[in-house]
Design a protein around this ligand. Structure first.
Ligand code: CA
Length: 227
């Protein structure tokens, strides 16, 4: 059964809604302020958040905004005020629905069912992965792995590696790398490419004892599929 987080500082209301939800078979967690609510929404297995707007500390609007930076969990905003501004701001911040207190519990239950149902139909985007042998690039998070181990690459090292892998089995000139990875117009100095190639070799080839990045004499570099 779905787990619902109630973020509400008025304990009477929180308790009342909790009992009703439990009666319907939902698991319930309660947070009495915005900070706790945010933490629970992001770090436990919550399926839906009932979020009061008027909260001590961080407001419900701000909690909603911050949840949305990291999570697509359905959010239904609750407020005592029948305030159109709050409603619009809440929905702008990514809330799924909105209820004005006092509300009929049946209506709240209906909206919870709708939000949970709609959410379950959203296809989560697949993580985009580029793989070559043991080497895996997560194109969404810009992270790289060798086997199960995450490589500690700088942004530029990652971009260089991604570019080489996207163009695998093709010899890439230093000028090309400079133009595509660094966005510089080629002005004759390609040392920076060699320096970064050296960093990547230290972090991948040397570390794992493989020959990933090959020098093509007089041309540049190439990453080849292992044969
Ligand atoms: Ca409140």
């Amino acid at each position: 059964m779905a787990k619902i987080l109630i973020v509400e500082d008025e304990s009477k209301i929180a308790r009342f809604v909790e009992l009703e939800l439990k009666y319907e078979g939902y698991d319930v967690e309660i947070a009495a302020d915005g900070r706790t609510g945010l933490e629970k929404a992001l770090h436990s297995d919550i399926d839906l958040v009932l979020l009061d707007i008027m909260l001590p500390g961080i407001s419900g609007i701000e909690v909603c905004r911050r949840i949305r930076l990291e999570s697509a969990v359905p959010i239904i905003m609750l407020t005592a005020k029948d305030d159109v501004t709050d409603k619009v701001v809440g929905l702008d911040m990514g809330a799924d629905d909105y209820m004005t207190k006092p509300f009929a519990i049946e209506e709240l239950l209906a909206r919870i069912r709708v939000a949970l149902n709609r959410h379950s139909k959203i296809v989560q985007p697949k993580v985009d992965v580029l793989q070559m042998g043991e080497l895996k690039l997560n194109l969404t998070s810009h992270s790289a792995f060798y086997g199960d181990e995450e490589l500690t690459l700088t942004k530029k090292e990652y971009e260089l590696l991604e570019y080489l892998i996207r163009n695998k089995n093709i010899a890439i000139t230093r000028e090309q790398l400079l133009n595509n990875v660094w966005d510089y117009e080629y002005l004759g100095d390609t040392n920076v490419v060699d320096v970064y190639i050296r960093y990547l070799r230290q972090k991948i080839d040397d570390k794992y004892g493989i020959r990933l990045i090959n020098t093509v004499r007089g041309v540049g570099y190439i990453i080849k599929d292992e044969k």
